[in-house]
Every structure is written in structure tokens, then in C-alpha cells.
Design a binder for this molecule. Structure first.
Ligand code: PGA
Length: 258
């Protein structure tokens, strides 16, 4: 059976003191729980501090594919590994410039620069360094309404996995995050989320598809997590807003216990 994995994506939130406080409250609230894998992706700046605080898995919200060099402002998978980060989110829709609620001028979207090709390069870099990759995919509302959900996601998955051997893909985690559900409070219906996650599974190489974990993300909260996580093809969640408060995230992680 696939072990469920629930990851909190803090995005650009919290001061360092708030980050450590939330982590401590989370530890106190959850106690010990071995049957679920869980962790946080804080802003890059706090990763080292949070790693030092304990044994919970800490990851990054992005990564660059080059190992080192003249790449101002970027962070490599090697550097993440060096400071103890266990995993990295790759291709989040907010890094693809696909916002649920568009808050940036349309003309600036390209500057977010994440494409299926960069996702592929980042995935290869993480696999090479032993950083667990969480590859995000998902459709916009316009794509869903046009009936293109499955084809958009199949294209994103094919682009992400291009040229990577089945054996190398074993550590992969995929997150299905419909763009229209992210940060909007409009969660995807559990049966539909499960259908899309099963479709994603069918896009993965046959020899590994049954062992790859596929998360759902998009307005997961303590009230809806249990129904989502109990679906046959949903193996946990990538959780934004509800991971910012320790007591909420404790409940979301507990909802993944089967
Ligand atoms: P949300 O974000 O839970 O706030 O909708 C999820 C995500 O973007 O990973």
C-alpha cells in the first residue's frame, strides 16, 4: 500500500520566529504518527532553521536545475541536500504564472518562466541529488470548461517525465492541483479529483505507476481532507492555507490516517 504523504506549502508567509513557533505547535499537537509521511515547505530562508528544530521533513518550494554557477538568485538541488532539505516542489502553478485569482498583469506572466521543459530539468536535478521531487500539474478554469482537463495534464506529465528512466522515477511524487481550486476555497469534488489522479497514474510508466504517490492540492482543509484522502487514487495532499496554522495542519495530517 502507498504511504500517504501530506506536505504544507507555506508559500511566501511567516517570519522566522513564526515559522519555528508553528513547527513547535505542530509537533506538540500531532505527537507521534508513523503511518503518514508529512512535512513543510517554508520559504528558502527558513529551511536550515527548521531542519535544525527536529526530525520532520523540510523541503523547498522550488529548485534550479544547474548544480552551481552564475545563476543569480537561484538554489540548486545540491544546495538543498547540503542543508538537509528532503524534497522540493517543482512546477507549482504559481511558478508557472498560472494563478487561481490573477493578481499580476497578464504581460508579466512569462517572467515566472516555469514550463514543462524547466519542470523536466528540475526533476532530473532532484533525482540526481536524491531530493524527493513533488511535481505539480493542473488545469485552469478555462481549460476545464473547454473540456481540456485531461489533455492539459497528460501533456504536463509527459513533458515533466521526458527522457527519465522508469527506475530513476521511483521517488517521484505528483501533486494534482487544479489552478481554480488553489487558495480560492473552491475544493475539487473528491470523486472528480480521484478520477483525475487515476488518469495521471495511467500516464506513468506501467512498472512504477502503482507505487508512485499522487497528492491532491487546492483548498484542502480540516473539513474536507478525510473525504479527499480516502479516495483510492489520492495518496495525500499538498496544502497551502490550511498548513499555516499548526492546529489545522495537525487535523489535515491526521485525516490521512487510514
Ligand atoms: P491552498 O494551496 O491549499 O491554499 O489552496 C495549495 C497549493 O497551492 O499547494
Amino acid at each position: 500500500m502507498r504511504k500517504k504523504i501530506v506536505i504544507g506549502n507555506w508559500k511566501m508567509n511567516k517570519t522566522k520566529a513564526e515559522a519555528i513557533e508553528t513547527l513547535k505547535l505542530f509537533y506538540a499537537g500531532l505527537g507521534s504518527l508513523d503511518s503518514v509521511e508529512y512535512g513543510f515547505c517554508p520559504p528558502f530562508l527558513y529551511i536550515s532553521d527548521m531542519v535544525r528544530e527536529g526530525t520532520i521533513a523540510i523541503g523547498a518550494q522550488d529548485v534550479f536545475w544547474k548544480e552551481s554557477g552564475a545563476f543569480t538568485g537561484f538554489t540548486s538541488a545540491k544546495m538543498l541536500k547540503d542543508i538537509g532539505a528532503k524534497f522540493a516542489i517543482i512546477g507549482h502553478s504559481e511558478r508557472r504564472g498560472r494563478f487561481g485569482k490573477l493578481e499580476v498583469p497578464e504581460s508579466t506572466i512569462g517572467s515566472f518562466a516555469e514550463t514543462d521543459e524547466t519542470v523536466n530539468l528540475k526533476l532530473k536535478a532532484c533525482l540526481a541529488e536524491g531530493v524527493i521531487p513533488i511535481v505539480c500539474c493542473g488545469e485552469t478554469l478555462a481549460e476545464r470548461e473547454a473540456g481540456n482537463t485531461d489533455s492539459v495534464i497528460a501533456t504536463q506529465i509527459a513533458g515533466a517525465l521526458d527522457g527519465i528512466s522508469e527506475a530513476d522515477l521511483a521517488p517521484l511524487v505528483v501533486a494534482y492541483e487544479p489552478v481554480w481550486a488553489i487558495g480560492t476555497g473552491k475544493v475539487c469534488d473528491a470523486a472528480e479529483a480521484n478520477r483525475v489522479c487515476a488518469m495521471i497514474r495511467s500516464c506513468l510508466p506501467a512498472s512504477i505507476r502503482d507505487s508512485i504517490r499522487i497528492q491532491y492540492g487546492g483548498s484542502v482543509n480540516p473539513a474536507n481532507a478525510k473525504e479527499l484522502f480516502s479516495q483510492s487514487d489520492i495518496d495525500g495532499g499538498l496544502v497551502g492555507g490550511a498548513s499555516l496554522k499548526a492546529e489545522d495542519f495537525v487535523q489535515v495530517v491526521q485525516a490521512a490516517v487510514v
